[in-house]
Design a protein around this ligand. Structure first.
Ligand code: HPA
Ligand code: MG
Length: 225
């Protein structure tokens, strides 16, 4: 029994990428030439993100697919993951008898400057979420670090009395002092390093890169504000 439980827990961590994973050489993939020299390696190729997202969509539909879903996309870092996840949920919905109405709403959070989290968290577009009452809410985030942002957002959303709230995070960082709550659906657990690509930015750069990559020291210097 204990073993089964441990396995179920592991599923919620997603695909674990260890600290000693060197990633793939950039030369093995295509990426925009304007970023040459700005990246160390590819840690998750775009195709792997797509395959993992397909499975997450199935898990989500299994749990939430009994009632109207409202997807809350956390901008800007979550937009690509949210778009691809919603596509896959739509595909499941139109290819089975099991189909549910889904709405998508966007909110914006901002707390990072350079590669550092700042104390003040701004939530935009979340003033009146009364339409969430009685709905199954799926919060979709690109990356979860300490979990502080997610906790703040969860508190905010709970106040509008949804039927159920689940969180999907494409990436969860292994950070020290992280909060107890982790997303219900995790794509990948990654080392505590600054990653970019697939809508994740460094001062607004790198959202136009499709793989998830580690930024290089020279890349950080180049785009520092
Ligand atoms: N990359 C981009 N945005 C982020 C990260 C990261 O590693 N961590 C928190 N926000
Ligand atoms: Mg950012």
């Amino acid at each position: 029994m204990a073993e089964v439980d441990a396995r179920a827990d592991r599923r919620s961590e997603g695909i674990v990428i260890n600290d000693d994973w060197p990633g793939y050489s950039l030369d093995l993939f295509s990426y925009p030439a304007h970023y040459s020299g700005d990246l160390d390696c590819v840690i998750i190729p775009h195709g792997v993100i797509m395959d993992r997202t397909e499975r997450l969509a199935r898990n989500i539909m299994g749990d939430l697919g009994d009632h109207d879903i409202v997807v809350l996309c956390v901008l800007k870092g979550g937009y690509q993951f949210c778009a691809d996840l919603v596509e896959r949920i739509k595909a499941l919905s139109r290819n089975s008898n099991h189909t549910i109405p889904m709405r998508v709403h966007f909110i914006r959070l901002r707390s990072y400057l350079n590669d550092q989290s700042t104390e003040d968290l701004h939530i935009l577009g979340a003033e009146d979420l009364s339409f969430l009452a009685g709905k199954n809410v799926l919060i979709v985030e690109g990356i979860v670090g300490t979990g502080k942002t997610m906790e703040t957002l969860l508190e905010h959303v709970k106040a509008f009395k949804p039927k159920m709230i689940k969180v999907a995070g494409l990436l969860v960082k292994r950070v020290q002092h992280s909060l107890a709550s982790v997303p219900d659906y995790v794509g990948f657990e990654i080392p505590n390093r600054f990653v970019v690509g697939y809508a994740l930015d460094y001062n607004e750069y790198f959202r136009d890169l499709n793989h998830i990559c580690i930024i290089s020291e020279s890349g950080k210097k180049k785009y520092k504000v």
